[in-house]
Write a protein that binds this ligand. Structure first.
Ligand code: IVH
Length: 684
């Protein structure tokens, strides 16, 4: 490679790594495994070393990946008292020994390592003053972090006040990891599955996502935990890192009990080997071991590079792989008609669980891997819950193997599949006649966030199979004889089912609208449509143009609404459900409060909630929404990208201009949270 080629490769790697950093830190949805990411970073480090003329302070090798939220700035940001760095990492014992040689070079005195588990969550920096927790910041860009104190305070193991008289310094920072134990993670994903929300790929993403939620009430239900591993406090200059953690434990802080002091690199390797196995029995996720020089004096001597300390290294465990055979490939039809290929594998042990199935995602992915029935494939579980197939072992491909052909017709109902060009997925268009889609329609309708009806998957399957139900309204006219014919259904289950049907008549309009299962109408869209149109008949009669005037409604959604209402069966369902007593219009509810009574609020720009929801929020607090800035406007609430003309007019007229956050404080004083779309506050 000549210098010119190197420069191109360096540019490409930087761009790619920056994109992955965004997926990882901001969207909490990485698209490649840590291992793959670390390989890219390693390649960039090596190229920059070979071609130092292309080094740049802006390179991802010189900066830590940033988790700072820049859109809408939902959190206050504060500077860390000391920069928050990352760790150099390696997957090889040989490189670990190189690290040891570098440390030993020029060191005369005896020193030791402190070996710790590498907890797999998201870094956090706590600030204690006079024993009180005053602030919790995310790592951010290493210099400044997002203030997530309210969320951190919901974690039980983090003391709001340290133990009296335990001798803590008057001010100190302590860093650690917020993580999600496997139990909490499984519970969360099970619930999300029931609610048909996208699942978190692994506990780390779930922890990171939870930390950045706007509702601390919601965070408290996520079952997060925390462990602290890095104290920065005066008085330890000549002491040991391990001693500082012991002291922190005595002040009441959560410190890991799995650390070990080692005097030689062989002992360190021993610790690593031991935990590579034992970690599978831990109730929380770990992805490696952190090796730190224990003596603060030596740490000072060794110092830092731009983004990592020279006195510590992370040894990361390689994602585990197993080789197994593809026995067959199933094509599963989901509620929306999407067809997903799933490989049935010869059972194989991987990271402590037996893997029998792996998703192949879609036709493109299948083509890319060229997987065939009978192939031996590598399965990986790099912290992800759903194992994935990474590659085919071509040397073991049977001579008579044939390329896998994606089915042309729906495996459940035989209808010709259509390809959705945007999602690289095939769909069965027979939404009203395809059994899994019909069952899916009932399960969606009954789900907790929709009508919350007491009925499970098995019962729905049986009701559909026996043709006791065909349309949603049929649920409301089932007789006892039919219900008691269901597997394991006794008097009590019938009673519960009927009680939940009765209760569903009180479910507010926006949830009923969501429950109908109109393609592309999720919970938030249903709220927006409900507050805009106020009544199902108005939505039904709305033209495409009218639909498009609603914020967040685009062409695809408008078309799917129009198509849905064009179907006589659907109109009949709406009419029958109306007869059954469900709510198909917004209740003119008594207002939530009078805080905005007599005020005219003008809104401009983008908020963290849709504009229609904001209007509804103002009305719910007895305010009036203004149509233009005039002398009688009480406040102008300026969101992001607020228009200049309105601001200017307000300034001229002396109308107070306030931020979204300030507005919530006026509308709902004392209430902790802003009405973000994900926390169902008092809006409906
Ligand atoms: S020490 C300057 N110790 O791993 C020292 N970090 O990949 C910085 N981590 O940013 C950190 N367990 O979020 C340290 N026992 C441990 C750790 C740990 C997990 C995380 C931490 C860090 C990242 C580096």
């Amino acid at each position: 490679m000549d210098a010119n080629e190197a420069r191109h490769r360096i540019d490409a790697l930087r761009e790619e790594i920056n994109a992955h950093n965004r997926h990882y830190y901001l969207e909490n949805a990485p698209v490649i495994s840590d291992y793959e990411f670390d390989l890219l970073l390693k390649e960039l480090i090596q190229l920059e070393e070979l071609y130092p003329q292309f080094k740049s302070a802006d390179s991802p090798t010189a900066k830590v990946g940033s988790d700072l939220e820049t859109q809408n700035a939902p959190f206050k940001q504060y500077a860390h008292l000391h920069p928050m760095l990352s760790l150099a990492n390696t997957y090889s014992i040989e490189e670990l020994r190189d690290f040891d040689s570098r440390v030993r070079k020029g060191v005369i005195s005896q020193f030791t390592y402190n070996c710790e588990l590498k907890f797999d969550g998201r870094g956090i920096n706590l600030l204690y003053r006079n024993g009180i927790l005053v602030r919790a910041l995310t790592r951010g860009d290493g210099t400044t972090g997002d203030d997530v104190t309210r969320n951190i305070k919901t974690i039980k193991s983090i003391p709001l006040q340290l133990k009296d008289g335990s001798g803590y310094p008057s001010e100190f920072e302590i860093r650690g990891e917020v993580y999600m134990p496997f139990d909490s993670f499984n519970k969360l994903n099970t619930q999300r599955e029931l609610d048909e929300e996208p699942l978190f790929a692994n506990p780390r993403n779930a922890a990171a996502g939870s930390l950045k939620m706007l509702s601390s009430k919601a965070v408290s239900g996520r079952g997060l935990d925390c462990v602290l591993y890095h104290l920065i406090a005066p008085g330890y200059e000549d002491s040991l890192h391990s001693k500082s953690l012991e002291d922190a434990a005595s002040w009441g802080l959560p410190i890991s009990s799995h650390s070990r002091k080692c005097s030689t690199i062989d002992e360190v390797v021993e610790y690593i080997r031991e935990w590579d196995d034992r970690r599978h029995a831990l109730p929380f996720p770990t992805d490696g071991v952190v090796v730190k020089v224990d003596q603060y004096s030596l740490q000072r001597e060794l110092g830092f590079t731009a983004k990592t300390p020279r006195w510590a290294v992370a040894y990361k465990f390689k994602p585990e792989e197993a080789l197994t055979k593809i026995e067959s490939i199933d094509y599963q039809v989901g509620r929306t008609g999407a067809v997903t290929p799933v490989a049935n594998l010869s059972p194989v042990l991987l990271s402590g669980t037996t893997v029998k199935r792996a998703t192949l995602h879609n036709a493109d992915q299948m083509d890319l891997l060229d997987v065939r029935v009978g192939d031996f494939v590598y399965v990986e579980k790099g912290g992800e819950i759903i194992p994935k197939i990474t590659r085919v072992e071509l040397s073991r491909r049977p001579a008579d193997s044939r390329p896998e052909v994606f089915p042309a017709v729906c495996p459940a109902c035989g209808t010709a599949l259509v390809r959705d060009p945007e999602q690289a997925k095939f769909f069965c268009p027979n939404s009203d006649g395809c059994p899994p889609q019909i069952e899916g329609k009932f399960l969606h309708f009954s789900s907790r966030k929709a009508m919350d009806i007491n009925i499970g998957e098995v019962a729905v399957h049986q009701l559909c199979e026996r043709e006791f139900v065909k349309e949603l309204q049929d649920l409301y006219s089932l007789d006892d004889f039919q219900l008691l014919s269901l597997d394991k259904w006794k008097g009590k289950s019938v009673e519960n089912f009927r009680a939940s049907l009765e209760k569903s008549k009180q479910v507010p309009f926006h949830r009923v609208l969501y429950a109908l299962g109109i393609k592309n109408i999720g919970e938030t869209t249903a709220k927006t449509l409900a507050s805009h149109f106020k009544n199902i008949d108005v939505i039904k009669d709305a033209s495409r143009e009218e639909l498009l005037t609603v914020e967040d409604v685009g062409g695809t959604l408008a078309d799917s609404i129009i198509n849905w209402f064009a179907e006589p069966r659907h109109l009949n369902t709406v009419e029958e459900l109306k007869k059954a007593g469900l709510k198909f219009s917004l209740e003119e509810k008594a207002s939530v409060s009078d805080t905005l009574k007599g005020m005219t609020i003008m809104i401009t720009g983008n908020y963290s909630i849709p504009r229609d929801t904001m209007k509804y929020y103002i009305e719910a607090h007895s305010g009036k929404v203004g149509s233009s800035v005039t002398a009688s406007t009480t406040y102008l609430v300026a969101g992001a990208k607020a228009g200049g003309a309105k601001l200017e007019k307000a300034r001229k007229l002396g109308i107070p201009i306030i931020t979204e956050e300030e507005f919530y404080k006026i509308a709902a004083p004392g209430e902790e949270e802003s009405p973000a779309p994900d926390n169902e506050l008092t809006l409906f």
